[in-house]
Design a protein around this ligand. Structure first.
Ligand code: ADP
Length: 481
């Protein structure tokens, strides 16, 4: 990353911002503690400038033919692909996840720009039948305007793309606020946006803290808010956003349910596969496994065997599949959840704390906990670390009850060989998506990912044409003949 890119990105260019001269914010590698870059803290004046630029740009962009907007999206995808290795290395430096995961993230971000380019040219309206024979009614979709987008630190580039790709293709502009600890990849990606020839002002990037995010949400010029992050922060943002349009994707505590007739080896593999990517800092990671008592012992033994392949270490080492946690806050939360579980009689079968002798304190052992009590923090809250918490149920009804005893209805999974049970859990688990016979840490860019209503995990859908619908207004024309 060049020095020029370690700035804010406003109105199509890198800029020092109105606070130039003040001490820049340092970004440190979670893997080594080294300084990997910095950026200037944005001011209220910078926010005004970015919002004004977004308004100007968006007025013209909304009038651009959708095929030309789609072509720009495809060019952004090509420019991201061309920078895949550099962006992936930078993301691993600031985020800490294994390099192969960062490469996959950049690839997926580019795919999102292509997918939504195709979705946007098919975002047709409908003609509607009227009770009045002199009237003709039709709907069409228009951009909402300027979105304030607040992204998290687990997928710095991908979650930027999850809003930018559908937002731009449908004629919106964005002012994006990445977190202070992972701002660099998105800032560097702006070079791809410039190279793609996107009109200046449509995307602005101002990394900052929660207070700056709050100012962005409240800004009078921001018409809509996109957020991916914790439920606690999501609730504050919703309160600040008032009646602004919003798309909120918050915490998950998705259950992975193992029925008595399941392929236990496959379920164990899936439980482990769902717990270590991005060090478990994924909203649809394995947060709770609810296993039938009849297969409990076989399942636990298989999970312990599968855990042997989870190699913790330097995220740039190709042998590593589990890197450090991103920050002390999430590591301290793991400590808290495990202390609470131990205090309530849970059995830590593997791991259970930080590994000593590493370059930072953020390397958490891959952890397996059995006999997790239903009321414990591990069971009730999103732990966001590399842990497989195991709860047990005595029959299908009990498994469903425990699985649904979850205030965060994002995504779940069920392992069974019965078609009837599979359908029961798909329909009755109180989550947005249910994956059958695969880890619940699974998604596709062409599916509507998001929470079940009223369950503490937000609303709206990330993925496919559904995000385009969420980022546009459905408008109606009525012609009187
Ligand atoms: P964590 O608690 O793990 O840091 P958050 O959900 O708080 O995760 O962070 C997600 C994003 O929300 C980050 O970009 C963060 O800066 C931002 N943020 C935190 N607090 C607020 C707030 N009150 N208003 C707006 N954005 C916020």
């Amino acid at each position: 990353m060049t020095t020029a890119q370690q700035q804010l990105f406003i109105d199509g260019a890198y800029a020092a911002g109105a606070g130039a001269g003040a001490e820049p914010i340092a970004v440190r590698s979670p893997a080594t503690g080294e300084h990997v870059g910095s950026f200037p803290r944005p001011t209220a004046a910078d926010l005004d400038t970015a919002v004004a630029a977004a308004h100007r740009a968006q007025r013209d962009w909304a009038a651009v033919n959708v095929w030309d907007r789609a072509a720009a999206s495809r060019r952004i995808a090509d420019e991201l692909d061309a920078r895949r290795d550099a962006l992936a290395r930078l993301q691993t430096l600031e985020q800490g996840k294994p390099l192969a995961e960062s490469v996959a993230d950049v690839t997926e971000a580019a795919q999102l720009f292509r997918l939504h380019a195709e979705d946007a040219v098919r975002l047709n309206g409908e003609t509607l039948l009227s009770r009045d024979s002199t009237k003709r009614m039709f709907t069409f979709h228009r951009p909402v305007g300027t979105w304030g987008v607040i992204t998290p630190w687990n997928f710095p580039l991908l979650m930027f793309a999850e809003f930018a790709a559908p937002g731009l293709a449908t004629g919106n502009a964005l002012v994006v606020k990445p977190p202070e600890n992972t701002p660099l990849t998105v800032l560097a990606a702006m070079e791809a946006v410039v190279a793609a020839g996107l009109p200046a002002g449509l995307v602005n990037v101002l990394p900052g803290d929660g207070a700056f995010g709050d100012a962005l949400v409240r800004h009078r010029g921001i018409h809509a808010v996109g957020f991916i992050g914790s439920s606690a922060t999501g609730a504050k943002i919703t309160a600040a956003a008032g009646l602004k349009r919003s798309l909120m994707e918050c915490s998950g505590n998705g259950p992975l349910v193992v029925l008595a007739d399941a392929d236990v080896a496959a379920a164990a593999r899936a439980a482990v596969d769902g717990a270590y990517p991005c060090a478990g800092q994924v909203c649809c990671a394995t947060e709770r496994v609810v296993v039938h008592a009849d297969v409990h012992d076989a399942f636990v033994a298989a999970v312990l065997r599968e855990s042997e392949r989870v190699v913790l270490g330097d995220p740039f080492d190709p042998a590593t599949v589990l890197g450090p946690l991103n920050n002390e806050g999430v590591a301290a939360k793991m400590d808290r959840h495990l202390a609470d579980a131990r205090g309530r009689g849970a059995r830590v079968l593997r791991g259970g704390g930080r590994r000593a002798g590493m370059p930072t304190e953020l390397y958490y052992e891959f952890t397996v906990v059995d006999a997790v009590p239903e009321g414990s923090l591990l069971a009730k809250e999103e732990s966001f670390g590399p842990v497989v918490p195991i709860l047990t149920g005595r029959d299908e009804d009990d498994l469903l009850r425990i699985a649904n005893d979850d205030a965060l209805g994002l995504q779940g999974a069920v392992f069974t060989t019965s078609m009837k049970s599979a359908f029961r859990f798909v329909e009755e688990l109180q989550v947005g998506q249910v994956i059958v016979n695969e880890t619940n840490n699974w998604w596709d860019i062409n599916m509507p990912f998001g929470g079940a209503g009223g369950r503490g995990t937000g609303w709206g859908r990330i993925g496919g044409k559904w995000t385009l619908l969420d980022m546009t207004d459905t408008r109606t024309g009525v012609i009187s003949l």
